[in-house]
Write a protein that binds this ligand. Sequence first.
Ligand code: ATP
Ligand code: MN
Length: 478
Amino acid sequence: MGPLQIKEILQTAPENQSVVVKGWVRTKRESKNAIFVALNDGSTIHNIQAVAEPGQFAAELLLTVTTGSCLKVTGELVESQGSGQAVEVKIADIEVYGTADPEQYPLQPKKHSLEFLREIAHLRPRTNTFSAILRIRHALAFAVHQYFNDKGFFYLHTPVITASDAEGAGEMFRVTTLDLNNLPRTEEGAINYKEDFFGREANLTVSGQLEGELGAMALSKIYTFGPTFRAENSNTTRHLAEFWMIEPEMAFFELEDNMDLAEDFVKSVISYALTNCKDDLNFLQNRLTEEEKNKPQNERSLPLLEKLSFVVDNPFERLTYTEAIEILLKSKPQKEGKFQFPVGWGIDLSSEHERYLVEKHFKKPVILTNYPREIKSFYMKLDEDGKTVRAMDVLFPGIGEIIGGSQREENYEKLLGRVKEIGIDPENLWWYLDTRKFGTAPHSGFGLGFERLVQFVTGMGNIRDVIPFPRYPKSAEF
Ligand code: ATP
Ligand code: MN
């Protein structure tokens, strides 16, 4: 089926057999004795070298073999004369599928900035950096499905379009087919959503959790893995308007089980990448080392592979929110007035606080639990003291929050009370509340932002560089 991939050809023993290579030219180099063309088809970070003799092909043909052009090369697979590769192709025939005018093709064989590459997101997968990231992203997605399948979870497809405005309407993207220039009005002058496609207001989902819980109350262990949308106007290196979230939801899991699962799950998928993405991780590690070359020794981060192995090999630190606040209050930046935001029981930790705990104090991933109820969602189970809820956030070095989760409130009266308290009309959530009326059960779950995981594993500083076509404020070009 189809031609051999360059990855496969590079692993083939050279016996002067004829091979066909199809790929894009990364570089062409001419010396007195030979013409070298480096071809890549994205199957691996490594190029295959194809070699021709000077004068073997017409000058006009060779002029079209430039960086970015696409070729079919036929020739013998031979042991490489040069260093750096075991095999190479002695070209017998070249077919140029597509040229790439060097005057116009924006990707030249030199270092381009990540900012520039974002402007040409349609071509950036052809760079080493982005193809490595995309292969790792794929491997992680595969590992996610494999992990849950092995553990008896079922993949539940929750809707992308939702009508429940339960999670903070300000951050949602509206879905409508109404004519914005001619909106139907009610007698009172409000927009008449009865005439809209769904007969009510609809939005893109901010989380599959509520529907995920419905699944868990039947299949026991489910997970979702799908696109999620937040219209938050935050231009940070950790937020996208469209991202992918993995949300397992488990009946009969308490907070402790939830933490155990989260930790085992993240370690397992990172470990999968370490085993299966060695070449790409090595490439990215070198790239990062190069980037930090000019920093003083003590400001350089751990080499990427060491950082990943460290996370896999060491237990995460677990402590309560209250304990974390005590640590922060006694911390050096607090005493020296270096924190931008004030610290005190009840605050929503900001990223400087999270990073202090993870990067300075514990120097490892941290799971914080039992947050004040006021700063967490209505569906989290109340602790006995009535002040805190059974929430858990997993915080990672360089990233901050990577997972947010909790044990869910399974008591109908308590949940209804919380719904009313925060001003949601229970009518809108009748189906969610029903699960607590009919065969309720203790249950838990969490959400992992897939791009934040990919960011951690690839070491990329900006979340816009770990998704093929990022969506963020004022940007939806590709
Ligand atoms: P943050 O405080 O970082 O904005 P959050 O509290 O809004 O996160 P949750 O609603 O708990 O996050 O979502 C679960 C997970 O989804 C987060 O832990 C994070 O990994 C990821 N996530 C949340 N918002 C975004 C976003 N805008 N872009 C990418 N990932 C996100
Ligand atoms: Mn957020």
